[in-house]
Design a protein around this ligand. Structure first.
Ligand code: PEP
Length: 252
């Protein structure tokens, strides 16, 4: 049973940088207790997948279109991601929900498309600052889970409070544990035994110095890492801090 630590490179990485980062992750990943995945920008997926081939590090995309092909200028489909070497895809990241107006229903359609293409969806949920201040964090997350996960979902959920992403701020340990417990209860309620084994990642300003405290919390099955995943040593230090799991939330 392993924690899963996923790097979201966002819109960072020209060829040389992405290759160097992938090589750095590959070199440090051997023998790690955690499972590692990196999600480069679309243009670097094939090159990064080639560098990571035969290693313990998987590759994912950062989004996909719900249709497998068609007249959708500028979009990338799930079969295209798979063809390029991806095995995972991040869906419903708050930057896509906010910047591209993605609804729960669209995220759900993308999760269906990803599964059809053989990709494991990593579906992001999380409240914004105003919702937390108003005591609506749990309700918002429950609503996103209900709307974003298809009935036959078999993937990974990432709890990412919007206000913690890229801000250097994180919720307290009790708040993270409480939200992960709520997500676990919802997953079990919706998917039964399968829901008790789905990994639930925490994301939002995870750094090498807070990784052990956050990734060691009950029901935290690993991390979704943004900024710190752009420095191989930091990403690897976070992954090294992730515990071997003995409770639900494992990847393998
Ligand atoms: C993210 O964007 O998914 C994320 C968690 O970013 P950061 O680690 O930079 O807060």
């Amino acid at each position: 049973m392993r924690s899963l630590v996923v790097g979201n490179w966002k819109m960072h990485g020209l060829g040389a940088e992405a290759a160097a980062l992938a090589r750095g992750v590959r070199e440090g990943a051997a023998g790690m207790a955690a499972a590692l995945v990196v999600c480069p920008p679309f243009t670097q997926i094939a090159a990064v997948a080639a560098i990571l081939a035969g290693s313990v590090v998987g590759v994912g995309g950062q989004d996909c279109h719900p249709e497998p092909a068609g007249a959708h200028t500028g979009d990338i489909s799930a079969p295209m991601l798979s063809d390029a070497g991806a095995r995972f895809v991040i869906l419903g990241h708050s930057e896509r929900r906010a910047g591209h107006g993605e609804s729960d229903a669209l995220v759900r359609a993308k999760a269906v498309a990803a599964a059809k293409a053989g990709l494991r969806p990593i579906v992001c949920v999380g409240e914004d600052e105003e919702e937390r201040a108003a005591g609506r964090a749990e309700g918002r997350v429950a609503e996103q889970l209900a709307g974003s996960l298809p009935p036959d979902f078999s993937g990974i959920v990432a709890y990412e409070p919007v206000w913690a992403i890229g801000s250097g701020r994180t919720p307290g340990a009790e708040d993270i544990a409480a939200m992960h417990a709520l997500i676990r209860a919802r997953l079990v309620g919706s998917f039964g035994a399968a829901g008790s084994a789905m990994p639930i990642l925490y994301g939002g300003s995870v750094k090498p110095d807070n990784a052990a405290a956050i990734l060691g919390l009950k029901e935290v099955g690993g991390g979704l890492i943004g900024g710190a995943s752009l420095v191989a040593a930091d990403f690897l230090a976070i992954a090294a801090a992730a515990p071997a799991l003995s409770s639900p939330g494992m990847l393998h």
